[in-house]
Design a protein around this ligand. Structure first.
Ligand code: SF4
Length: 281
């Protein structure tokens, strides 16, 4: 059993928060650069150039890529041979978020209760934490700060199995059309198919936070991702919604076994600030 102190977890999460908010991941940066070569609209190309410049300035000055530094979404894979000492895991993660957002001068966007008071917690806690227990003695933490502009346009539908691939395609297309410029395109689109209502949403969220270069291990889903990408880029929404053929940089699909009578589909949209950072402890 390997011991891991909560202080190490908090420190790592604080560093991840600043890194994720201020340094656009290299894969997304390269995505902007590549899109400049294929974008037909001069305005679209200009916007992509501005996004590259924005990312360069943010990295150089250690400033946020966007003013909305989001809710801290955490995907943790905790090795079953890790013994966390000195406190509770989720408290340690939240302490890291608190420190990262306060010390890094990142905007605090979380309200303590969603319907009546909506008072800001003033430290961006609590994080939304998804933890899986996995084999091994390591802790992998992936942080994906999520802004509201794109998150608010996400959708969950409980389709009938008879709706099939056409039904899934329609949900994805309708979601992106409804998001339009409000989700600050070019977007990264995460699609979750199967499981239950909750599992489909988690699959979509995980998919939206994946590296752009990742290829779906199932060739049928890889082909579907490519087909959806082509379809969505024909919508004409374009960079920042001002027209063009770069509406989406990448579509990722994750799936899970489901009930014989179910076909849940969730779409989680990530904006051009497709932030993610990861560490293994
Ligand atoms: S959707 Fe993304 S880029 Fe647009 S304001 Fe929100 S975090 Fe920023």
């Amino acid at each position: 059993m390997r011991e891991l102190q909560v202080t190490a977890i908090s420190k790592a999460v604080a560093e991840l928060a600043v890194k994720a908010c201020c340094q656009l991941p290299q894969d997304v940066y390269e995505g902007f650069k590549n899109a400049q070569k294929s974008e037909a609209s001069p305005v679209g190309r200009n916007i992509l150039e501005q996004l590259v410049t924005n990312a360069d300035i943010a990295a150089r000055e250690n400033m946020p890529i966007c003013q909305d530094t989001g809710v801290s979404v955490i995907f943790a894979e905790l090795g079953q041979d890790v013994h966390i000492t000195g406190g509770a895991f989720e408290d340690a993660v939240n302490e890291g978020v608190r420190r990262g957002y306060i010390d890094g001068y990142l905007r605090k966007s979380v309200v303590a209760e969603p319907l009546f008071e909506r008072k800001n917690t003033k430290d961006n806690t609590p994080a939304v934490i998804h933890t899986r227990i996995v084999p091994g003695d390591r802790l992998r933490i992936r942080m994906a700060p999520k802004g509201a502009g794109s998150e608010n346009k996400s959708v969950l539908k409980m389709l009938d199995p008879a709706d099939g691939i056409d039904g899934v395609r329609k949900v994805v297309l309708d979601t992106v059309l409804a998001a339009g410029s409000n989700s600050c395109p070019p977007m990264v689109v995460g699609v979750g198919i199967g499981g239950t209502m909750d599992m489909a949403a988690i699959c979509a969220k995980r998919a939206a936070a994946r590296d752009l270069a990742g290829v779906n291990p199932d060739p049928r889903y890889a082909a579907f991702e490519e087909e959806l990408l082509e379809l969505l880029n024909k919508t004409g929404i374009g960079p920042q919604g001002l027209g063009g053929n770069t509406t989406v940089l990448k579509v990722h699909v994750e799936w899970f076994p489901t009930h014989i009578a179910s076909l849940p589909v969730a779409v989680n949209i990530n904006c051009h600030a497709a932030r993610h950072a990861e560490i293994v402890l």
